[in-house]
Design a protein around this ligand. Sequence first.
Ligand SMILES: *Cc1c(COP(=O)(O)O)cnc(C)c1O
Length: 404
Amino acid sequence: MLDIAKVRAQFPILKREVNGKPLVYFDNAATSQKPQVVIDAIVDYYSNYNANIHRGVHALSQEATDVYEAARENVRAFFNIPLAKQTLFTSGNTHSINAVASGAHVFVKEGDEVIVSAVEHHSNIVPWQMLCERVGAHLKVIPVLDNGTLDMDAYQQLLNDKTAFVVVNHVSNALGVTNPVAEIIKRAHAVNALVLIDGAQSCGHMKVDVQALDADFYTMSGHKMCGPTGIGILYGKEHLLNELPPYQGGGEMIDQVSFEKTTYAGLPHKFEAGTPNICGGIALGAAVDYLNEVGMDNIAAYEHELLVYGTEQLKKIDGITIYGDVPDKAAVISFNVSSIHPYDIGTIVDKLGIAVRTGHHCAQPVMTRFNIPGTVRASFAFYNTKEEIDVMVQAMQRAVMMLS
Ligand SMILES: *Cc1c(COP(=O)(O)O)cnc(C)c1O
């Protein structure tokens, strides 16, 4: 099990105060905090071996290349990706999705259908809309039921021989609900459609095995799994990554360049044009080491405990509605109290040192579905405690009293 005092001591930011109160950081679905080992990895790189990678013959360049590639290997193993060359570094989850969608005209033809779900983040909607516009394909939407889960019967109805791509998040950032992605993938494959899973909310919170899921593409954000911002991952099946055209042209991604014709480098370099976020990749490698040390099973079990406790305690507030209150979910609680605007609650609890998210969480269609302007979202990580949840619930009660 987790030694929570020891874990908290590893996150320097958790010692600080906000508005004169100890920080209670419950905005982990927006970005996670960073342990000292990740901060140290960043400082160490810039202090001791900063150099451009993959090209230099000099010692520093080789050292930086070795550590960067070792980080890629760490990330590969963490998600059970078969090969390092299928573990592509990007600038984030949004970049990863766009890298696939921008080249997906090789998979999606005029008249084809692309299925998204009604609980997607804008970054897993808009790139596919752009693709559909470009190729003349049609976007179809899996509806969401009142309890926040996807309507799997409706999904089955949408699947047909025109379905070319299905894109769904593993865990919804707006509701926290875990989608049955293995089943979604299986059914998509039955009609020969490809599947991209947006793993921005699952990575760092649960064990993810891209091979067991049989995902064709899987995308992650480094900053949501204790790594820095500006680094993400794209996994793809090898033959699909070979077929997919490069997202950006430039240095690193070429084999031979002439004004008549350029040939591209092999994987992963074909998708890594330009000088990458070397420091970010290295620090993400350190984050993965750290998560392994704490143990993903421990993290998942403890965060679930926080979810259950937080849900129980929040339900004591009169007039609360929790959206997506189902057993199979991540430690994200999205709610409203009576008709109080979420922004007003967020502003008051911030004065008490509590960081929650308010608004549409980059998922406006979800808010439209539930006919609300937004929600208050409390999202937990393994360095949070039940005591912090108590502080939040008390603050919520105070805010509600002031506002009703
Ligand atoms: C955060 C998030 C994204 C976007 O990731 P970025 O790191 O902002 O690029 C996409 N989908 C989901 C489900 C998210 O939570």
